[in-house]
Design a protein around this ligand. Sequence first.
Ligand SMILES: [Zn+2]
Length: 181
Amino acid sequence: MVERFSDKEEVAGSIPALPTMLFTTHALTGAAVGVASGNPAIGLLAGIVSHHLLDAIPHFDSGSFYVGTRLKDDPNRRWSKRDWLLAIIDLAIGSTIGLAMWSKHGYSSSFFFGGLGGILPDIILVVPFWKGQVLATKIGGAYAKFHRQYHKTSPIKKWPIGIATNLVLILLSVIYLWRSV
Ligand SMILES: [Zn+2]
């Protein structure tokens, strides 16, 4: 199994990846706690905290395909076509819901900063353009270790529960935001 994935990954892409819960889930839950806090600065912090709490719940993410292989926590793992496709669909769904919310309710800074806090840890630790520099620093390396340690990615064979976790969180956040923003 390890060989099958690693052979595929050698040629699949050029951008290293770390597992993340779905962007949509982190962004919307972050926005919901931001709105609940009613303050952009507190919302940003609450969004960051929500990120790590959500990561600790067993969930599906792009890393699910690698559970049980040595690529699971490999910071140099390359994105496969499937990883890219998942990320693009995820980004499109999250952005569409976010924009729909804004067009209905107008801009809210606690919504925006909460949502930003929700995705910030992954922006810092996963985006390839600066990830290398971040991980090379002492604080960045320690933060990445903390992020990995409290991260429960479901194996792909348990995808129904892993997807359900994401869907429940998305649904609760959307209902809450729709009513309160
Ligand atoms: Zn994360």
